[in-house]
Design a protein around this ligand. Structure first.
Ligand SMILES: [Zn+2]
Length: 447
């Protein structure tokens, strides 16, 4: 069995925790038990963190859009770079890049990813023979690395509000509703070999779907998770108001967004929208590192969490991958905006603990799974490196504040369904995954 000096259980920290995995699940959990001589001993055990929002292929263009051109550099100019990059990707490229991204997620403390998967067709915009070809490549990368997968096939039909025609650069993303329903069936088949994959539905954004198409997507979800990009950019909010008379979050709440939904970004909200979203039961999928990289803006975090709003974190563009990085950036964005400290923690609580527990609960709800260390739960765990100088002499919440704010890389071991996929901070398949990625990436680099 595993033995942890301290572990974070649903009721808080416990000491001398022994855990056994069986069939991918936690089969036994004892507290206050001294280690047995044969136990595999670790200092601190945590539940694995859910990553609510990823576009895996974007990992390969991380850092390629940091050069200033003559014109203004915004989210929209970044998107042009991304569209040029996406045009050339083959199924083999997608598999190799996703494996790299998922390996890095595990190394960064994530044990499940919500893949917001919008790249569906070949470079000419035609369906592959298997319409879920690229979804199958995502599933293969999840299988290879061991990460849990909530696959969110994306419905994308238009280039902007008012059902504007899509651009040529968007041809690999497009469906009508009937084609999308067929894609969902094929995607369900693609993920079937994975032991605990979940299928959800992702209308891309209010730019890409009409009101009727949004309703059709929700109907197709049939109770499964619904994820949508919303209110990431001011220009998007202004265009939404011009086209519909409502702001994006307001529009979605008026159409039933609530429990079972994940609003990705939700960056630009009025105080009323913040209050309504917090009360709705929906999860805000905040992606602080990407939002900082893209210059999106700052989530209304303090007001939202003080009203009981649910949130989790996502790595989105995968410019940098790590659970602690997202939690730290979320907190720091609030400090910079509001000129205070310990902003995301309720009075008397540790900030690292408050951030982590919100991300665990919101992430699990958003990805359609359970969470927490308890008998019967998935064997998804992270241990921290107690030998890291930033963690020396710590205990309890001190581990989390040290990990989130003071350590560079402090994840030691990561178990997924009871298997140790990361040891000493490195994925067990790292060499082969990096080699396969390196072999493919040269062709994709701009000349
Ligand atoms: Zn996104």
């Amino acid at each position: 069995m595993l033995h942890f000096t301290e572990a974070l259980l649903p009721g808080g920290w416990a000491r001398d925790v022994r855990i056994a995995f069986e069939g991918g699940l936690i089969a036994a959990l004892e507290t206050g038990t001294a280690p047995h001589p044969s136990d595999d001993r670790h200092a601190v055990g945590l539940p694995g963190v859910p990553n609510l929002h990823s576009h895996a292929f974007q990992r390969a263009m991380a850092g390629l859009a940091e050069r200033r051109s003559a014109g203004p550099e915004t989210f929209w100019s970044w998107r042009d770079v991304m569209y040029r990059f996406v045009a050339a990707l083959t199924p083999e490229d997608v598999a190799a890049i996703a494996a790299l991204a998922y390996m890095e997620m595990l190394e960064g403390g994530f044990t499940r990813v919500g893949e917001f998967h919008y790249l569906h067709h070949d470079p000419a915009g035609h369906r592959y023979a298997d319409r879920a070809e690229l979804a199958a490549r995502i599933a293969a990368a999840a299988d290879q690395t061991g990460i849990g997968l909530t696959l969110l096939p994306v419905f994308y039909a238009h280039g902007d509000f008012n059902a504007a025609p899509p651009s040529a650069a968007q041809r690999r993303f497009l469906h009508d509703i009937d084609g999308f329903a067929s894609l969902l069936d094929a995607a369900q088949t693609a993920i079937a070999p994975l032991p605990d994959a979940v299928l959800g539905v992702a209308p891309h954004s209010l730019r890409a779907v009409t009101e009727d198409e949004l309703a059709a997507c929700v109907a197709l979800a049939a109770g499964r998770p619904v994820h949508i990009h919303a209110a990431e950019q001011r220009r998007e909010v202004e265009a939404c108001v011009a086209a519909t008379g409502a702001r994006p979050i307001e529009y979605l709440l008026d159409r039933g967004m609530g429990a079972g939904w994940c609003a990705i970004h939700a960056t630009h909200m009025t105080p009323t929208e913040t209050s309504r979203l917090a009360a709705s039961g929906a999860v805000a999928g905040v992606c602080p590192v990407t939002e900082a990289n893209l210059g999106d803006g700052i989530f209304d975090g303090v007001s939202y969490r003080s009203q009981g709003g649910r949130y989790g974190v996502g790595t989105d563009s995968n410019i940098l991958i790590g659970a602690a990085d997202e939690l730290r950036m979320l907190e720091y964005s609030q400090r910079l905006a509001l000129q205070g400290r310990t902003m995301m923690a309720p009075a008397g609580q540790s900030t690292g603990r408050a951030l982590l527990e919100a991300a665990l609960a919101g992430g699990a709800a958003g990805l359609g799974v359970g969470g927490g260390l308890a008998v019967g739960a998935s064997g998804d765990m992270v241990s921290l490196d107690a030998g890291h100088p930033a963690l020396a002499g710590r205990s309890g919440d001190g581990w989390l504040d040290g990990w989130v704010f003071a350590a560079d890389r402090a994840v030691d071991r990561v178990w997924r369904r009871g298997r140790a996929m990361v040891r000493g901070g490195r994925h067990v398949g790292r060499a082969a995954i990096v080699a396969a990625y390196a072999e493919r990436i040269g062709r994709l680099m701009p000349g």
